[in-house]
Ligand binder design. Sequence first.
Ligand code: NAI
Length: 467
Amino acid sequence: MDNKFDLIVIGGGPGGYVCAIRAAQLGLKTACVENRGTLGGTCLNVGCIPSKSLLNLSENYSKAKNNFNLQGIEISDLKLNIKKMMLNKEKSVQILTKGVEFLFKKNKVTYLKGKGSLTDKKEVLVDDGKNKKIYKTKNIVIATGSAPTSIPGIDIDEKNIVSSTGALSLEKVPESMIVIGGGYIGLEMGSVWSRLGSKVTVLEYLDHITPGMDGEISREFQKILTKQGIEFKLDSKVVDLKKAKLNIQVEYEDNKTKEKKKILADKVLVSVGRRPFTSGLNLKKAGVKTDDKGRIEVNERLQTNLKNIFAIGDVIKGPMLAHKAEEEGIAVAEILAGQAGHVNYDVIPGVIYTSPEVAAVGKTEEELKKENISYKVGKFPFLANSRAKVNNETEGFVKILANSKTDKVLGVHIIGPHSGDMIAEMALAMEFGASSEDIARTCHAHPTHTEAIKEAALAVDKRPIHF
Ligand code: NAI
């Protein structure tokens, strides 16, 4: 094999593989190095995709158990088969990771299996465990993603004390589970196991869940999850974990009273954030600069301090989201091909795939206040949306924040059914610089959940029709 490339991408996750495909489409001779054995990174292998499979299946189970009877669908012998559920999840993962491999072949991206590291600013060493080979390249993109963080002194064994990876593969439903951290992972995986029958308790350090989320949505979200049976202990800092014979003891400190308390559970999920994964890349020796949080420093062109080395996704600043990494991957490929690659960081949607889903794009009310931007609010509850009503899914609301002077939409926050899909319309509107009036004057199909968006836009001008 020829070992000279225009671009070598290190990391085959959503950022890296998308970057490699786009670069190849644009005529660059491209290779992608991946160590995992399968492409797709954390997202496809042990993140977004398997968790969505379990979220979907556990929601179906929970509906069949708790809701169907009330709606005239009577099931008398409902059984949970965790093994089958896990197999279903694994099959989806396999199909999708193989799919990326197929896309590499289709686009003529060379797939280099092994661990990549920098030996020089124009050389990448690939070590597959048996052989080491050096490849020459004009440009390098680092897309090595992130890894779970833990609490000092706590050893994640992926059996009883698990990260998101272990939480995706439990062999049976634990009677009780403590989730440390009320963020994206804790609430999604906590929901899965709670729906399947675990008693789930979330310990969160802050006085609210989902840091960074619009406060009103976060409070509503916590209320809904509490109704579903998840218990929350806020202002609680986990300080220690001890494995006993039959269970695990978690010690936490009440931030206000400083009182130390203990609780027991069968399993503990540690979901206190993720850190950029750069170990073994040889960054220091190659001269690539990182910041105090271990993230690779890049400029607005996603270029590191070395001008032919770029970095994208979870290894740089910004939200750790697959779609943000993908956008960056495409931008870098286009920049390298001489085009004007660009990412609009003001319009990156975020979704928590619980039930109901929570989705947001743009600024929160808290951010607008902090930035002294005067804004108007339009809200519409799903309780007044006909489709949500017939489907018996009336929790939540749509909230649109628009500039009080120009009416330009600054942020949209939705908690409710299908909000993860609906937020795409709002991201598109914001990309086009829409005003709330533009949205209010757009015809939305009836009866759909999206009418709640139109009504919230009308509510910005205090003229909703159905509320
Ligand atoms: P996170 O940053 O969302 O939440 C971690 C939480 O743990 C925070 O609320 C923090 O205050 C709390 N915490 C930290 N130390 C603690 C302690 N000692 N005791 C109690 N609480 C403590 O991190 P998470 O949930 O681990 O997710 C990691 C990343 O993965 C996020 O950046 C997220 O964007 C991404 N992700 C995205 C998903 C999606 O888009 N649906 C799904 C899963 C993950």
